[in-house]
Design a binder for this molecule. Structure first.
Ligand SMILES: [Zn+2]
Length: 458
C-alpha cells in the first residue's frame, strides 16, 4: 500500500479520564469511553504545530489529562490494520492474525485483505455485493478491549466503531460490536455490513441523505491562515508532492470540485474527512444514546485523512500542517460536544496513533539527509531472476509485500528444493540492494541482531 516507507516511532497515548459512581456496585466507571486514533500521527506533531493549537483540542488532553510518553510500537509492519488491532487487543500479528492491511494466506497462496469477508453483504452500499461492503472482523483471531467490555457486563454495553476506512472502524470495535460504519466512496455514504445489522438505522440514513461529502467537495481547500505563515513546513508545490487528479499543481488552493468529478476517493485526502468522521461520531452518540445507559459504552473513532494527506503530500507539506490545525479545531468541537451531551465527569477519552511516517525520501535527499527506498514489484522480479538462475526454477518468490518476502512453498516442495539455501541466497542478495538496510530470516528472528528500540523500522 505504501511507496513511501513508514517507520515505527516512539508513540504517545493521551488520556483524559473521568469516572462517575455506579450506584449498584460502588465501582466508579465512565458512562462512555472514546478511543480516538489519529491515522499516521507522529508524537512530535503535539508540539510541532502547538503554537497555533487552541486550548480545547490537543492541548486540553495534554494539560488536563495524562500523557503516556516514550511508549513503543511492538509490531511489524506498522500499517493501519496492524496498528488498530494492536491498540485495541494488546496483541501482535503473530497472535491476532492481522499481519498487514493485506497478506498472503499461506494455505492458499491467495492475497487476503484484513477485513474481507465473502460470507457477508454490504448494508447501505450501492450494491450489497460490492467489495466495499463485504467486511467483518472475522480475520482477527483475538478479542479486543471492546469485546472484553461487552463480556464484562453480559453484553449490556453498546460499542460503535467509526472511520472513513473499513479496517479502522471494524477492528477496534471488535467481534461483538453493536455496529461499525465506514465510508463508501462511490456514494459518499457511511455503510456497514450484515455482520452487524440488516438495515441502516434511520439516523444513518438521515446523515447520508444530507450528502455531506458532495457539499465539502464543491469548495476549494484553502489554507486556514495566510500561506506565508506556515512556518513548520516546506514551501508549497514541491516535486515530491502528489497532485489531486485533475489538478495541474500541488499548490494551494486545491480545486476539490474538479478532483471529485474524476475521483470520488479524493475526499479522503482533505482535512474535511476528519470533520465528517467526527460529525458522524456525534450523530452516533445521539443515535445510539451512548453514555445514557446503565453500562459503560465505547465509541472508537479513527481520523483517517491525516494518513491520506501525509501519503499524498508528504509530512513536511503545508497540507499536513493545515490538516492538523483544522483537526485540532475539530477535536475541540468534539470534546465540547461530549461535555454538553455526556457531561464533563462522565466520559474517558484516549487519543493515540496507529503508526507514524517518515519524511518523503526526496525531502530528505533535498536536504542531503541519507534516505532511499525500493519498489516491491521490480525487486520481486530481480530476486526471482537471481534465484531462478541458481536453482533452475522460475517464480520462487510469490510476492514482496509488507516488507516480507513470500516464497512459493508449493513450487519448493514439488521440486524438492532446499528452502534454507534459497532463503540464504535471497537474504544475501537483499542486503546488497539500495533502499534496504536490513533483512532477516523470520524463522531466526529471536537470534537476529535486530536494530535497537529507537531505530526500529518497518
Ligand atoms: Zn494508518
Amino acid at each position: 500500500m505504501n511507496r513511501k516507507p513508514l517507520i515505527s516511532i516512539v508513540c504517545c497515548l493521551l488520556l483524559l479520564a473521568a469516572c462517575h459512581p455506579k450506584k449498584a456496585t460502588g465501582i466508579r466507571r465512565p458512562k462512555l469511553v472514546v478511543g480516538i486514533v489519529i491515522d499516521q500521527m507522529r508524537w512530535d506533531y503535539l508540539y510541532r504545530y502547538a503554537n497555533r493549537y487552541g486550548e480545547a483540542g490537543f492541548k486540553r488532553l495534554l494539560k488536563h489529562g495524562f500523557s503516556c510518553d516514550n511508549t513503543m510500537i511492538p509490531y511489524l509492519p506498522a500499517f493501519t490494520a496492524v496498528g488498530h488491532s494492536c491498540i485495541f487487543s494488546g496483541s501482535v500479528p503473530a497472535f491476532s492474525g492481522i499481519a498487514g492491511n493485506d497478506w498472503i494466506e499461506q494455505s492458499t497462496g491467495q492475497r487476503m485483505y484484513c477485513t474481507d469477508d465473502s460470507t457477508v453483504l454490504g448494508v447501505g452500499a450501492e450494491t450489497p455485493e460490492s467489495k466495499e461492503g463485504k467486511m467483518s472482523p472475522r480475520n482477527m483471531l483475538v478479542s479486543t478491549v471492546t469485546d472484553e467490555l461487552m463480556m464484562s457486563d453480559n453484553f449490556k454495553s453498546k460499542v460503535v466503531g467509526v472511520s472513513l476506512k473499513d479496517r479502522a472502524a471494524i477492528l477496534p470495535a471488535g467481534h461483538s460490536a453493536t455496529a461499525a460504519y465506514w465510508l463508501e466512496d462511490s456514494s459518499g455514504h457511511f455503510i456497514t455490513s450484515n455482520y452487524y445489522m440488516t438495515k441502516l438505522p434511520v439516523w444513518v440514513d438521515s446523515f447520508n441523505h444530507r450528502e455531506p461529502v458532495r457539499a465539502y467537495m464543491k469548495n476549494q481547500w484553502k489554507t486556514l491562515y495566510p500561506k506565508s505563515t506556515y512556518g513548520e513546513s516546506d514551501t508549497d508545490d514541491q516535486a515530491y508532492e502528489g497532485k489531486f487528479k485533475g489538478d495541474s499543481t500541488t499548490a494551494f488552493p486545491h480545486n476539490l470540485d474538479s478532483s471529485y468529478k474524476i475521483s470520488k476517493s479524493s475526499f479522503r485526502t482533505t482535512p474535511f474527512g476528519n470533520t465528517l468522521t467526527l460529525d458522524f461520531a456525534k450523530a452516533a452518540i445521539d443515535g445510539y444514546q451512548l453514555g445514557r445507559g446503565e453500562a459503560t459504552d465505547f465509541l472508537t473513532i479513527n481520523c483517517a485523512s491525516t494518513d491520506y494527506v501525509g501519503h499524498q503530500f508528504g509530512i513536511n507539506s503545508i497540507e499536513e500542517e493545515d490538516t492538523y490545525l483544522r483537526l485540532d479545531q475539530d477535536l475541540a468541537a468534539f470534546f465540547t460536544y461530549l461535555d454538553d451531551h455526556i457531561g464533563k465527569d462522565n466520559y474517558t477519552v484516549f487519543l493515540t496513533a496507529d503508526h507514524g511516517a517518515a519524511n518523503a525520501v526526496w525531502f530528505s535527499q533535498n536536504h542531503d539527509i541519507p534516505a532511499d527506498y525500493f519498489l516491491s514489484a521490480p525487486l520481486t522480479d530481480s530476486l526471482n531472476t537471481i534465484l531462478g538462475r541458481a536453482f533452475q526454477t522460475p517464480n520462487l518468490v510469490d510476492t514482496i509485500s509488507n516488507y516480507q518476502v513470500t516464497f512459493s512453498m508449493k513450487t519448493i516442495r514439488e521440486k524438492k528444493l532446499e528452502f534454507n539455501a534459497i532463503k540464504k541466497m535471497a537474504l544475501e542478495w537483499l542486503r546488497q540492494q539500495p533502499g534496504i538496510t536490513y533483512a532477516i530470516d523470520m524463522a531466526n528472528v529471536g537470534e537476529s541482531p535486530v536494530a535497537s528500540r529507537c531505530a526500529a523500522w518497518s
